[in-house]
Write a protein of this length. Structure first.
Length: 257
């Protein structure tokens, strides 16, 4: 009877190959689908090695099996891997820039944020003039409303100015405010919180002993236990909100001239 060359040990073919009988005692070895070679030695076909496995040129081809691959768009692109489209960082949420900044795509996964005209900052936080900044922050908005109601427009100029602003809840609850309004002296109290012709940052305040307010009276400054105090008892609790024409510091109580 004819000898079956494939009967023993797959005919000497690779275990990734099919042994096929030809004539008695002879056979051929054919690599299985997904493999290439002479049948004696068969290796996996990596489709990513040719034409990026059919993936988009902006996608990564990853072999997942014999002659099998998956396509994933590179960072900065979206799609199914076969087709990838560039994602503009600036098209989503202004690229993470401030609402008062201009976002510019520079290169893949990169963008720049630049504050708009009449705003200052790093592009991620942009501030306008101190009038705008007082209104934008709830902690200082009550001070703004008092300035507006009493037509105190001194800080609308180019400055620079330094403002020491009591928090909104303090201005809302201090009973003296009603009395000052009734007596017509509230405008003087407000001006006592403003220093003209200087934009004094927190570090500047640690090195000086007094400043003259827009109202005319001096404000004593002292530095103790890593904090700056005004008139020895009013503490700066938040500092260095820098605008285009000055700087705002938030204080824990009202300054009285």
């Amino acid at each position: 009877s004819a000898i079956d060359a494939c009967e023993t040990d797959n005919g000497g073919c690779s275990d990734k190959a099919d042994c096929r009988k030809t004539t008695p005692g002879n056979r051929v070895c054919v690599c299985k689908a997904g493999y290439t070679g002479d049948g004696i030695v068969c290796i996996e076909i990596n489709p990513c090695l040719e034409n990026n496995g059919g993936c988009d040129r902006n996608a990564e081809c990853t072999q997942i099996g014999p002659n099998q691959a998956t396509c994933n768009c590179l960072k900065g692109y979206s799609g199914d891997g076969k087709k990838c489209t560039y994602i503009s960082l600036c098209s989503q949420n202004n690229g993470g820039c401030s609402e008062f900044a201009i976002c510019n795509d520079t290169e893949l996964t990169e963008r720049t944020c630049t504050c708009k005209r009449n705003y200052v900052g790093d592009g991620f936080k942009c501030r306008g003039n101190i009038f705008q900044e007082l209104l934008r922050d709830f902690k200082t908005s009550r001070f703004y409303f008092h300035l507006e109601a009493l037509s105190v427009t001194d800080i609308a100029g180019p400055g620079p100015f330094t403002l020491f602003v009591p928090r909104t809840e303090i201005l809302n609850t201090d009973p003296r405010v009603k009395d000052w309004l009734a007596r017509g002296t509230m405008a003087q109290v407000l001006r006592y919180h403003v220093v003209a012709c200087a934009s004094l940052l927190y570090n500047d305040l640690t090195t000086i002993s007094n400043v003259t307010s827009l109202q005319g009276d001096p404000i004593q400054i002292s530095y103790s236990q890593n904090s700056v105090y005004l008139n020895n008892k009013t503490k700066i609790i938040s500092s260095d909100a820098v605008g285009t024409n000055g700087v705002i510091h938030i204080i824990n109580q009202i300054l009285v001239p």
